[in-house]
Design a protein around this ligand. Structure first.
Ligand code: C5P
Length: 231
């Protein structure tokens, strides 16, 4: 069995809902993403239970603070036994390097968010960031790689151009994925699972198409079959 490339976004406001869904999924077929909402509601105890159930956990807390604080948080997160942790690349070189040094290589993967996909040119102008969103994403991806991190979160539509820019083993983790027969929800710039993988994405973050499906395991299996048939 190949390593799971689908990361299911557990966007719930209670640990009970997350555990209920996890019980219907298979750790051999997916990993799980615990973000700010669920972590604020249910904390490290829930993460421990999900790890105990056999799942690899992407702890999506997007740390952004002074280097010492981020490094300490990363060290505690890695100590919980999670598979992946993330920080904001806008925290800059010193913060990224401190986070990298805080995590023993070969334990948790450390990736960065470049620019939030909710930010457009007007938002960049407001905060005085020069360049287009695409230029800033490229620049922050290179900075992240230069600081020794394992990858970045990026839109499936940015994957192709980023792949030309960064090393083959630098992980690209992409949300905004919608199978063809699914509702788009509030996502704007989407790609199908096959498009994202063909463009060079390593891991797909998928929430509602799986979490809100009548049969979450069947939805997960369908997407896995779609991407495995590409290999
Ligand atoms: O339900 P859906 O598949 O849209 O969930 C996508 C997940 O990926 C959510 O947890 C969302 O917060 C996250 N995400 C995103 N777009 C980004 C970064 C993260 O949709 N640019």
């Amino acid at each position: 069995m190949k390593e799971p490339r689908i990361i299911v976004a557990m966007d719930f406001n209670s640990g009970e809902q997350a555990l209920e869904l996890a019980a219907r999924l298979d750790p051999g077929l997916c990993r799980l993403k615990v973000g700010k909402e669920l972590f604020t509601a249910a904390g490290p105890g829930l993460v421990e239970k999900l790890i105990h159930a056999g799942f690899d956990i992407f702890l999506d807390l997007k740390y952004h603070d002074i280097p010492n604080t981020v490094a300490s948080a990363c060290s505690v997160a890695a100590g919980m036994g999670v598979w992946m942790i993330n920080v904001h690349a806008l925290g800059g070189r010193k913060m990224l390097s401190a986070a990298r040094e805080a995590i023993t290589p070969g334990t948790a993967k450390l990736i960065a968010v470049t620019l939030l996909t909710s930010m457009d040119q007007d938002d960049l102008n407001d905060i005085g960031l020069q360049g287009s969103p695409e230029q800033i994403v490229s620049r922050l991806s290179l900075l992240t790689q230069d600081c020794g991190l394992d990858g970045v979160v990026c839109s499936a539509l940015e994957v192709k151009s980023l792949r030309q820019l960064i090393a083959p083993d630098f992980n690209l983790v992409t949300p905004g994925i919608r199978p063809l027969d699914n509702s788009v929800d509030d996502q704007k710039r989407i790609a199908t699972p096959s498009q994202a993988i063909q463009n060079g994405s390593d891991y797909l973050v998928i929430g509602r198409p799986i979490t809100q499906a009548q049969e979450p395991l069947a939805a997960l299996q369908r997407i896995n079959q779609e991407i495995e048939s590409l290999a």
